[in-house]
Ligand binder design. Sequence first.
Ligand SMILES: [Fe+2]
Ligand SMILES: [Fe+2]
Length: 157
Amino acid sequence: MKIDKILNDRKYIECIYELINDKILSLENFSHHKKTTRLRHSLKVSYLNYRICTFLKLDARSAARAGLLHDLFFYETKTYNKKLYGKNHFRQHPKTALQNAVSMFEINQTEQDIILHHMWPATISLPQSPEGIVTMLVDKYCTLTDIFDMFKKNSRL
Ligand SMILES: [Fe+2]
Ligand SMILES: [Fe+2]
């Protein structure tokens, strides 16, 4: 996915514009899935969420916003502190992301569901909304593409 395509999609940018601040942009400083950054991964999930939920006539705005916020945690995964955050990063980071999102923005029910359940089955309880199901699948797809993109040298996210 090309970043230009995302940034030139005006309707999409309108959905996430008010979330963009220094704290969100600082996600660019954290690596994610080895070779990408948390900001790039989150943008990819957010934009794919937006496109799919628009196509399915779901709440594309909430899906775009929560996609951007779903991995909102500010530590390197490899330096995860079990004492500080809990035993299992895969199960715990959605709760941390939601706490961070709620402390920074007004987050609606659908957005909460998306953030909290995107790691299913690690989170045990399933997403309750169709947008949450879309995000759970999109995040896994993006994780795979992040891993495969490790082997490519181009300008993709
Ligand atoms: Fe995650
Ligand atoms: Fe993710």
